[in-house]
Design a binder for this molecule. Structure first.
Ligand code: CP3
Length: 348
């Protein structure tokens, strides 16, 4: 089997013969095999055993026939070596022993040294780079989204403590953003050096901010991250996360190749907001995977039709797969994206 580079071509807005597709959380609890593995290992154990982690990463590629693999890990993993003590609790998410709220807390955060601190991640990537026939996507959380867990101490609805730090202690906030920004740059460079062919920065919760606050409190760090990653030999995807539609025009100045959209903004409208410089990725509402096939098919078709209006489109969900999703629906959707897009593109 030859290497399938369709996903990379789409990220770079090159010509493709079908629309590439992968899914956020394509490895996870909707898979019986994953649930079996999780009976014996915690999520963080899996991340630390390279052979097993590579197997979990590869499973959805084999089962679904997606055009890219995403490294199995969690956005919290690189925070460990910075000094953050956390756990990941089932059905809840990341939880910290003690939240980071004071100048001293933030000053205590250490820079990461991936070859020493995160060697298991890099080893997993090396295995996958040798074995996969599709590109491997490396990833990290973005500073705001990581900070939200660190400051709240766990998942949050209103990000009250996070915004409080931002508004009341802007210097400490900036320190925190900058330290996380340094981690993002160092970590992604190490992942690409180990063999990741693309990277995604997850800013899942930044849509909680107004555009003004994004500009003031988040944008400077994001701008710097992308500047420092300018020479990275891999396309970069910035996923602005849930409800980030109002922020899209601000992403225009970021030096990234691909912008991920959630399901609230149609693909064409998303392109209108960010301009034609970027490839776009998205954006089926993951809940539609629980709908009857004709409804799912119609929505997927609509997204593909808009996606292929211009070069540079990667099919994905607007957010991660839920554990309730039936695997055969995902397989059917993947086949549909491939077949339908291929037939449209061929007849152009
Ligand atoms: O297949 C993949 O997408 C790769 C693996 C991956 C995981 N987490 C594994 C995981 C990725 C890319 C992430 C990123 C991540 N982690 C994000 C950004 C993406 C997003 O969804 O917005 C965030 C916000 C987190 C934090 C986190 N970790 C949450 C909110 C949860 C869910 C809690 C739950 O139980 O529902 C986790 C746990 C987690 N990370 C699971 C998986 C597969 C859940 C399954 C398990 O506990 O085994």
């Amino acid at each position: 089997m030859t290497f399938n580079d369709t996903f990379l071509k789409a990220c770079l807005k090159q010509e493709v013969d079908h629309v590439p597709v992968w899914y956020m959380r394509q490895a996870g609890r909707y898979q019986a095999e994953y649930r079996e593995i999780r009976k014996k290992h915690t999520l963080l154990d899996i991340c630390k055993i390279p052979e097993l982690c590579a197997e979990v990463t590869t499973l959805p590629v084999q089962q679904l026939g997606v055009d890219a693999a995403i490294l199995f890990s969690d956005i919290m993993v690189p925070l460990g070596p910075m000094g953050v003590k956390y756990d990941i609790i089932e059905k809840r998410g990341p939880v910290l022993e003690t939240p980071y709220r004071t100048a001293a807390d933030i000053a205590s955060l250490r820079p990461i040294q991936p070859e020493e601190d995160l060697s298991y991640v890099l080893e997993t990537i090396r295995i996958l780079a040798r074995e996969l026939k599709v590109p491997l996507i490396g990833f990290t959380g973005a500073p705001f989204t990581l900070a939200s867990y660190m400051v709240e101490g766990g998942p949050s609805r209103n990000y009250i403590r996070t915004k409080q730090l931002m508004y009341c202690h802007p210097e400490e906030w900036t320190q925190l953003m900058e330290k996380l920004g340094d981690m993002v740059v160092t970590y992604l460079k190490a992942q690409v050096e180990a063999g990741a062919k693309a990277v995604q920065i997850f800013d899942s919760w930044v849509g909680a901010l107004t555009a003004d606050d994004y500009v003031k409190y988040v944008y400077p760090t994001m701008k710097r991250i992308f500047e420092e990653l300018k020479d990275l030999q891999a396309p970069k995807i910035y996923f602005g996360g849930v409800s980030s539609g109002e922020l899209l025009p601000l992403f225009k100045e970021l030096d990234t190749e691909v912008i991920g959209l959630d399901w609230r903004v149609p693909i064409s409208e998303g392109r209108r907001r960010i301009g034609d410089r970027f490839a776009v990725q998205g954006n089926l509402d993951p809940t539609l995977l629980l709908a009857p096939w004709p409804i799912l098919e119609q929505k997927a078709k609509d997204i593909i039709d808009q996606g292929i209006e211009k070069p540079g489109f990667v099919f994905n969900l607007g957010h991660g797969i839920f554990p309730e999703v039936p695997g055969d629906m995902l397989k059917r959707l993947t086949d549909f994206v491939h077949e339908y897009s291929q037939s449209v593109l061929k007849n152009r």
